[in-house]
Design a protein around this ligand. Structure first.
Ligand code: NAP
Length: 302
């Protein structure tokens, strides 16, 4: 009879970290309202009635309310054209009472998603989906917004004392909202980063080199436990039907040092970063208003 080793990986508790993050976000929202009269406002835009998207938006709106963030919801019919969606998002970009804009994606196939994303003013791109945000993140600037899921993963790594500097990081997946920015954030923290994708040859041998492994593939249990380097930090960003991640959780549990569970790992952090960035957007607007007021008072006194 073979002896089964007990699972050794420590689980990274994204639910608890998200709660702490949201508590701090709510406190900042309260302070901003008390000091400036500004209540942060997140506009959510949903095209069509895809059940998963409806659920995600409802969850984001509930969490917003709990954090003292006003949410304004713009539901649009599934037949909305690209031009109509762009016009609606531009109107929100021009509305001074809106601080953050979230376009729930994927949008229906007939819409040019990139055109719709680019209608979001960079100062309100709290979901980090515009080309401006991507460039700001890639240049290491601190005046943009990061894509929420990789941003949340970086916070998880920090919370568990994982310093990426000098580590070999492997990111499986290269989507513009997850894999690609993930690798760039790890690179900015001095990891040596390898990207894998659907054309990667001998994925297993690349995965086996990872001190930090991020799975962002969208295929249930795609990463085999046996391929994971013993002691590695394994971040499972995947979310597949039935609460199944992109990593074989049982196998990974026996080899990894740290592992994000699904659910309760990466997912909760995504919303926490979204709301944190919404309050940050409002704080930035208030700071500009305050410095403008100081400047005009000084000019009037001269
Ligand atoms: P995506 O846009 O479909 O990208 C998937 C990536 O996986 C692509 O880069 C693709 O490579 C790569 N891939 C597909 N098959 C592969 C294979 N056989 N070998 C190696 N790479 C392969 O997905 P996504 O939006 O990045 O999402 C990825 C996962 O994360 C999904 O499970 C999604 O549900 C989850 N997710 C979770 C959150 C959260 O908040 N927890 C947020 C966003 C996404 P190519 O580029 O070559 O096609």
């Amino acid at each position: 009879m073979s002896v089964v080793e007990p699972a050794s990986a420590q689980l990274m508790n994204g639910t608890a970290l998200a709660r702490e993050t949201l508590d701090r976000t709510a406190e900042r929202a309260r302070k901003l309202l008390a000091e400036t009269g500004v209540r942060p406002c997140l506009a959510t835009v949903l095209v069509g009635d895809d059940p998963a998207s409806v659920t995600y938006v409802a969850m984001k709106r509930r969490r917003s309310a709990a954090a003292g963030i006003e949410s304004r919801h713009l539901p649009l019919p599934g037949r909305t054209t690209t031009a109509e969606l762009v016009a609606a998002i531009r109107a929100l970009s021009d509305d001074p009472t809106v601080h953050g804009i979230l376009l729930q994606h994927p949008v229906p196939a007939h819409i040019d998603e990139r055109a719709a994303f680019e209608a979001i003013a960079p100062a309100k791109d709290v979901d980090g989906v515009t080309m401006w945000s991507f460039a700001a993140m890639a240049f290491g600037r601190d005046d943009g917004f990061v894509s929420c899921t990789p941003g949340g993963i970086m916070r998880l790594l920090d919370a568990y004392g994982v310093d990426p500097a000098g580590k070999r990081a492997v990111v499986v997946g290269r989507s513009p909202i997850l894999g690609k920015p993930m690798g760039m954030l790890l690179l900015a923290r001095d990891a040596t980063v390898t990207y894998c994708h659907s054309r990667t040859v001998d994925l297993s041998s690349v995965v086996a080199t990872a001190d930090i492994l991020v799975a962002a593939v969208g295929r249930p249990e795609f990463i085999r436990g046996a391929d994971i380097k013993p002691g590695a930090v394994v971040i499972d960003a995947g979310y597949n039907p039935g609460n199944v991640g992109d990593v074989d959780a049982a196998g990974a549990g026996e080899r990894a040092g740290l592992l994000t569970p699904v659910p309760g790992g990466v997912g909760p952090m995504t919303i926490a970063v979204l709301l944190d960035q919404t309050v940050l957007a409002a704080e930035r607007v208030a700071a500009v208003a305050a410095s403008t007021a100081v400047t005009s008072t000084a000019a009037a006194a001269r």
